[in-house]
Design a protein around this ligand. Structure first.
Ligand SMILES: *[C@@H]1O[C@H](CO)[C@@H](O)[C@H](O)[C@H]1NC(C)=O
Length: 256
């Protein structure tokens, strides 16, 4: 999958979307090419989809729940989200779920019926937190979009193109009407409540919870290899990506 994603993007870039392309019936954005056999065929990537885990969307019943409390412009948060959490999720999405709570060390002050927010890295960070919060409320493709934003040089400036690549049907205008409206404020207030409810209270960000629990030990393990941690915490049959005892046998012989 790690290999496949850049490949899909490369093919995507070389075939103008919606234009005169090799696969004119391919109407889905690349992130959805493997979401069904039909679209995989239409987009000419069936072989790649079958070789990857994309078509196996079934999630196990008892996934390891990873929570990330973070801020959109905090360098350590960006590093963890883009280099640890997202890659781990790509490999282990069958056995893990991710909850992102962009708020972190922000402060919330009541102002009449509303709330005012102050963010550690300034107004731009509040805006980034809000954009990401609204996107999470508006599409199931939020994680790839947030990954795209957080891995860009300009987190906020990249939002529009990150949306276009992953969810062409969701416009930046729609997201901004959430950001500037009551909905955004309601959702940010929920982030504030979730962050304030942390027990023990967070001392820094990125702050990680595993199945709702934060300990120094879990945090240290998550920061050094979230992948190993999730594989070891998962109670069901480990997926092949985790390696270990489950061996795959590709060889079969027809004896004479
Ligand atoms: C969006 O937020 C509203 C208000 O909190 C909530 O009722 C709704 O379920 C959310 N939708 C999604 C898809 O998260």
């Amino acid at each position: 999958m790690m290999v496949l994603l850049p490949l899909l993007l490369a093919v995507w870039v070389s075939v103008p979307y919606g234009g005169c392309s090799l696969y004119p019936s391919c109407v889905e954005p690349p992130a959805k090419w493997c979401s069904s056999i039909e679209s995989a065929v239409q987009c000419g990537v069936l072989k790649q989809c079958l070789e990857s885990d994309f078509l196996r969307t079934r999630q196990t019943e008892d996934p390891v729940q990873v929570g990330l409390y973070y801020e959109s412009l905090c360098p350590g948060c960006r590093l963890f989200l883009t280099e640890m959490l997202f890659p781990t999720y790509l490999l282990l999405n069958e056995i893990m779920s991710v909850t992102l709570v962009p708020y972190g060390n922000a402060l919330e002050k009541p102002d009449g019926q509303k709330y005012i927010y102050e963010c550690q890295h300034g107004k731009q960070e509040c805006l980034g937190n809000m954009i990401e919060t609204c996107i999470m409320n508006m599409t199931e493709m939020a994680f790839p979009i947030i990954f795209c934003m957080e891995s860009s040089v300009d987190v906020i400036g990249s939002a529009e193109s990150c949306l276009k690549i992953n969810t062409p049907e969701l416009s930046m205008d729609k997201v901004m009407s959430c950001v500037n409206g009551d909905m955004g404020m309601q959702l940010m207030h929920q982030n504030a409540l979730k962050t304030k409810a942390l027990n023990p209270p967070h001392q820094y960000v990125p702050w990680v919870t595993i199945n709702g629990v934060h300990t120094d030990d879990l945090q240290t393990k998550a920061m050094s290899s979230l992948f190993t941690l999730v594989c070891s915490m998962y109670k069901g049959t480990k997926p092949p990506a985790c390696g270990g005892t489950q061996k795959l046998h590709y060889q079969s012989y027809c004896h004479n």
